[in-house]
Design a protein around this ligand. Structure first.
Ligand code: IPM
Ligand code: MN
Length: 334
């Protein structure tokens, strides 16, 4: 029927409400997408968290998924479902742009950062053990394979979005071996991209400079190991107003999952108060990834228009609109 099928993981808490906004706006915009909703309620198999086969099959078949927030189940043996998804599909690069929203005032103007986070290893390797009582080791795993993959991706992505500078963010002065390897590989890969300038910066210094003046970062793509990217991407989100406004994309070679990074907000779930902007902007990244750029532009412009007017915005942004009133305003602005 000429439509793309996309897997939809609505998620927990406010997930279904914000997913509904995306579905309504996409219908109104005539986006040629058919949603395939899947349940990712985890199952424990041999002491490990696994995703139901139907969900795995759906993402594998459709190549792209949009995902709302997932709460991590409590209980022995469960690891974060979000991480399980990244690992299951080997989504090696996590792309996290942060762009100031016109009309939403923060202490910073004209922020436009792009951060790429290694998404499969580092401190997220899950390898931890007790050596003796009172002494534990958590392994930060850095491999040539994963580093090469994410670094190469960062250079390619920079070219695709028209930036000719890549900066590796690291702490190789202390993490001599792990970050040292990452940094050396970055220098090697840089040679394959003569049109892209490459440099490196220590993570603590990046933080200092970014909160002082983020604008000099607007022409760069930052690339870094997993945990640094987790932390620094939240800091960047803080520069523009928080996780309710920032998108993300987990990119793999077989498939990709675009997700809102904020939590499931159980305290406001079901009340029609949630802000769907982060999920909407993640879906815009997804449309761009799929080459549906006309639809991406159309919906993105409508979102920015409604936010800039500031009349029909949700409570987290200082407004009074419900989730569906905001969605309707976006539909009218299309
Ligand atoms: C993120 C989140 C996740 C992470 C959590 C939910 C496991 O903070 O996507 O940044 O730590 O990667
Ligand atoms: Mn995080």
């Amino acid at each position: 029927d000429g439509k793309y099928t996309v897997t939809l993981i609505e998620g927990d808490g406010i997930g279904p409400e914000i997913s509904q906004s995306v579905k309504d706006i996409y219908t109104a915009a005539g986006v040629p997408i058919k949603w395939e909703s899947v349940d990712v309620t985890p199952r424990l198999k041999d002491g490990k968290t696994v995703i139901p086969d139907e969900a795995i099959d759906s993402v594998t078949r459709n190549f792209v998924a949009l995902k709302g927030p997932l709460a991590t189940p409590v209980g022995k043996g469960h690891v974060s479902l979000n991480l399980t998804l990244r690992r299951t599909f080997n989504l090696f690069a996590n792309v996290r742009p942060c762009k100031s929203i016109a009309g939403y005032k923060t202490p910073y103007d004209n922020v436009d950062t792009v951060l790429i986070r290694e998404n499969t290893e580092g401190e997220y390797s899950g390898i931890e053990h007790v050596v003796v009582d009172g002494v534990v080791q958590s392994i930060k795993l850095i491999t040539r394979e994963a580093s090469e993959r994410v670094l190469r991706f960062a250079f390619q992505h920079a070219q695709e979005i028209g930036r000719n500078k890549v900066r590796a963010v690291h702490k190789a002065t202390i993490m001599k071996m792990s970050d040292g390897l990452f940094l050396n590989i970055a220098r090697e890969i840089a040679k394959d991209f003569p049109n892209v300038e490459f440099d490196a910066e220590l993570l603590d210094n990046t933080c200092l400079k970014m909160v002082t003046d983020p604008v000099p970062y607007n022409d760069k793509v930052l690339v870094m190991p997993n945990l640094y990217g987790d932390i620094l991407s939240d800091m960047c989100a803080g520069l523009i107003g928080g996780l309710g406004l920032t998108p993300s994309g987990n990119i793999g070679s077989e498939c990709s999952i675009f997700e809102a990074v904020h939590g499931s907000a159980p305290d406001i779930a079901g009340k029609g108060l949630a802000n769907p902007t982060a999920l909407l902007l993640s879906s815009i990244m997804m449309l761009q990834h799929m080459g549906l750029t006309d639809y991406a532009d159309k919906i993105q412009n409508a979102i920015f228009k409604v936010l800039a007017e500031g009349k029909t915005i949700t409570g987290d942004l200082g407004g009074k609109a419900s989730t569906s009133q905001y969605a309707e305003a976006v539909m009218k602005a299309l």
